[in-house]
Ligand binder design. Structure first.
Ligand SMILES: Nc1nc2c(ncn2[C@@H]2O[C@H](COP(=O)(O)OP(=O)(O)OP(=O)(O)O)[C@@H](O)[C@H]2O)c(=O)[nH]1
Length: 307
């Protein structure tokens, strides 16, 4: 049997607690609130004039205090709350306040209808949680972004293409992969210096971004090697895009300081069913690229399977 403790003691704890406590009766009238709870909703508790839950919220909302309610229609918001409040014996939820603090609310409902509400300040934990999730996001971005060009790196490109392939496999369409390899890049480094080579790589990235469509996937997959995935193109349309890219790079004036750096690119291309794997696409486009290099560079070659 539970040992009886003095009611006075419980009362004292509620009064001095750093957490907010409130009790609503079965008609949702506030019959008890400690100072912390009253402070959250910016009211003075008067047991002789009990106010309802709705009034408590309306009152705080009109003073721009209490829960951060992002609506112009407080009545609609209260209508929504009515659909979740008092529906379960116990409910736990986080809310942010207008003053930037975060609270963890719990609601304990008795069968007789009284509701005990507890509000615990979790601002410190929430800030840490946000910092942690921002750090994770930054780490993810770093792991997927090429530092020099800010384009998706090889890992990111592979991931994006693989998820596009599995999405498109249900529709059974054709897709295209292009691999671009800058011509004689070693001699650009040797002649103009490595920093000049870096600037050229950055500018090529800009050309790709401005020439391609927003939904095409672009990646820097190696030193002077870029790849492009075209999701919904016929082979004819894809060849036109590849040719446009080749011409655009050849026509762009790459300057380093005042020196004009001549630049062309070879492109290997393949259009295949999206049921094929990334590896199949990549090795076909790579084989076509090899042909483009072997046949003189500055050209687009399309993969043709050997019979
Ligand atoms: N500046 C700079 N150069 C890079 C970077 N990554 C790779 N490279 C250089 O790119 C050059 C690639 O040379 P190769 O693979 O011989 O090819 P290439 O000279 O372009 O000749 P082809 O591809 O046959 O036309 C190497 O000299 C690498 O050092 C980079 O981030 N910055």
């Amino acid at each position: 049997m539970k040992k009886q403790i003095k009611l006075e003691l419980i009362w004292t704890f509620l009064e001095v607690s750093k957490d907010g406590y409130a009790i609503f009766d079965a008609d949702d009238k506030l019959i008890y609130s400690n100072d912390v709870f009253a402070d959250i909703f910016c009211f003075t508790f008067d047991p002789n004039h009990p106010i309802s839950f709705d009034q408590t919220v309306r009152n705080a909302y009109s003073k721009k205090r209490g829960i951060n309610i992002e609506t112009d229609d407080i009545e609609a918001w209260l209508g929504y709350v009515e659909t979740v409040r008092r529906q379960r014996e116990f409910r736990l939820f986080e809310v942010d306040l207008v003053n930037g603090r975060w609270m963890l609310f719990s609601e304990q409902l008795l069968p007789s209808g009284e509701l005990l509400v507890q509000a615990k300040d979790i601002t410190t934990q929430k800030l840490l949680e946000n910092q942690l999730s921002n750090s994770i996001q930054t780490l993810n971005d770093l792991a997927l972004t090429d530092e020099l060009t800010q384009l998706p790196n090889r890992r990111s490109f592979v991931q994006s293409v693989e998820s596009e392939l599995s999405r498109c496999a249900r529709k059974n369409g054709d897709i295209t992969m292009l691999i671009l390899d800058l011509d004689h890049f070693k001699s650009i480094n040797d002649t103009f210096g490595h920093p000049a080579g870096d600037e050229v790589l950055k500018k090529v990235s800009q050309v790709l971004l401005t020439t391609l469509r927003q939904y095409d996937i672009i990646g820097r997959i190696g030193g002077e090697e870029f790849a492009v995935f075209l999701g919904t193109s016929s082979q004819l349309e894809a060849s036109e895009i590849a040719e446009r890219l080749r011409m655009q790079i050849a026509a762009t004036e790459f300057y380093y300081n005042t020196e004009l750096i001549p630049l062309t690119t070879s492109i290997g291309m393949t259009t295949q069913s999206c049921k094929n794997s990334f590896e199949q696409l990549y090795s076909s486009a790579d084989e076509a690229l090899y042909q483009a290099k072997a046949q003189g560079r500055n050209q687009v070659r399309t993969y043709t399977p050997t019979p």
